[in-house]
Design a protein around this ligand. Structure first.
Ligand SMILES: Cc1cc2nc3c(=O)[nH]c(=O)nc-3n(C[C@H](O)[C@H](O)[C@H](O)COP(=O)(O)OP(=O)(O)OC[C@H]3O[C@@H](n4cnc5c(N)ncnc54)[C@H](O)[C@@H]3O)c2cc1C
Length: 373
């Protein structure tokens, strides 16, 4: 079959066969993975949950992994990463994504406002090392904040579907109960599984309390059960006294991630903490890097080096390179650096080997640099 497809492809060159098949039906593809949106729920303010039916090339996901979703907006395809929220046990030809609309976000707002059943989107296979291991750890602690709920909710649902016998705690931080997606289901899960504990913490409540009682640290939260609790060692002891024996999976905004990391580092439990970030945390930069010129030789464009990442500088120069995660995990923006030196903004490391593939989103030029885009 593969050989036959290759023969037909030579006849349809220069375009792949899928370019013709999609004229018949966008989800009728031989090689390209796509998905049709089958249901859209906007039950929580500021976010949208999409049910998708992927084409037959879909191989499922491991709970916690992400997919890259591509949508065409004003004639330009944009790709972003989203973590399926559904259980991996119920994957089949089904994906569920919950997307938070960012105030100035392009793709998230587009999906929030315009996603409708019948819309077809591009998809890449599930990827990422942030997932439940096999065999499952006996004790599992899931910690999330805001839109970071998605990968850990997939883990929680998977453990529930597998009737996991060990202890599971799901500790989630949100502004208010109204913005927690799938909240009703969380309550139901806790009722059905006596060994699962759901602990929801609301920062809005804490903000109101701070206003009344003076300043306090961020992530000071109202416990759903009793009184006020603050994220930290004491909080972990309260919700999961066995956390040192557990494997912990964390995804949330940078301040929450930093607080959790600090506790695990202090307890020397770093190897038991597994993390996923939706945005990049940059290492300190050196203002002396921002000199010389950046040449985008594939486009014949040269611009003054501002010190920003190559992706940002390319966009400022009017170019539209492909990108996905903007944080160095999905490899969508990989391009060849012909010459010059770049700094990896995550690690701070420098690299100046010629003709190397680099990720534009996490590399900033140091002096003159030539990139092949
Ligand atoms: C592995 C991975 C999994 C992800 N899973 C999900 C998911 O399940 N649900 C979900 O809603 N999002 C998820 N994201 C984030 C998602 O990929 C997009 O970054 C987000 O939807 C914003 O895209 P946009 O096109 O709307 O914003 P853009 O137009 O790309 O950016 C607009 C502005 O928002 C800022 N911004 C972008 N992303 C974030 C962010 N996450 N937090 C704060 N500021 C941001 C940018 O810096 C920029 O200033 C995930 C990201 C990664 C890397």
């Amino acid at each position: 079959m593969v050989g036959l497809i290759d023969v037909v492809q030579t006849l349809t060159a220069p375009h792949p066969l899928d370019r013709y098949l999609e004229l018949v039906r966008p989800t009728f593809t031989l090689r390209d993975l796509r998905a049709e949106i089958t249901a859209v729920h906007r039950s929580v303010p500021g976010s949208v949950t999409l049910a998708l039916r992927p084409t037959r090339q879909w191989r499922g996901h491991l709970a916690g992994q992400f997919v890259q979703l591509g949508v065409v907006i004003n004639g330009v395809k944009h790709t972003r990463c989203y973590s399926p929220v559904n259980s991996q046990a119920r994957s089949g030809r089904h994906i569920e994504l919950t997307v938070k609309a960012h105030p100035n976000g392009l793709v998230s707002r587009y999906l929030y406002h315009h996603a409708t059943p019948g819309m077809v989107v591009d998809l890449a296979p599930a990827a990422g090392v942030f997932h439940l291991p096999d065999p499952r750890p006996d004790r599992v602690l899931l910690i999330s904040g805001g839109s970071g709920i998605t990968p850990v909710l997939s883990m929680l649902r998977t453990l529930a579907d597998e009737n996991h016998a060990g202890e599971v705690v799901f500790l989630h931080y949100a502004r208010s109960p109204q913005v927690v997606p799938h909240r009703g289901e969380l309550d139901a899960l806790a009722r059905r599984h006596a060994n699962f504990r759901i602990a929801l913490r609301y920062t809005q409540h804490a903000v109101e309390q701070r206003a009344a009682s003076g300043p306090a640290a961020p992530w000071t939260c109202a416990a759903t059960v009793a009184g006020v609790s603050r994220f930290g060692y004491d909080e972990l002891q309260r919700v999961a006294p066995w956390f040192a024996d557990a494997q912990t999976y964390l995804c949330g905004p940078p301040p929450l991630m930093a607080e959790v990391r600090a506790v695990y580092e202090a307890e020397q439990l770093d190897d038991r903490l597994h993390t996923e970030e939706f945005t990049v945390t940059a290492a300190p930069t050196d203002s002396a890097d921002a000199e010389g010129a950046v040449t985008f030789s594939g486009s014949g464009v040269t611009a003054e080096n501002t010190g920003a990442t190559l992706l940002e500088q390319a966009e400022s120069a009017g170019l539209t390179p492909a990108y996905g995660c903007r944080m160095g995990i999905c490899l969508s923006c990989t391009a060849v650096r012909h010459s010059g030196c770049t700094r990896n903004i995550r690690t701070g490391g420098l690299d100046s080997d010629p003709d190397q593939s680099i990720q534009l989103c996490i590399n900033a030029p140091v002096g003159d640099v030539d990139v092949a885009i």
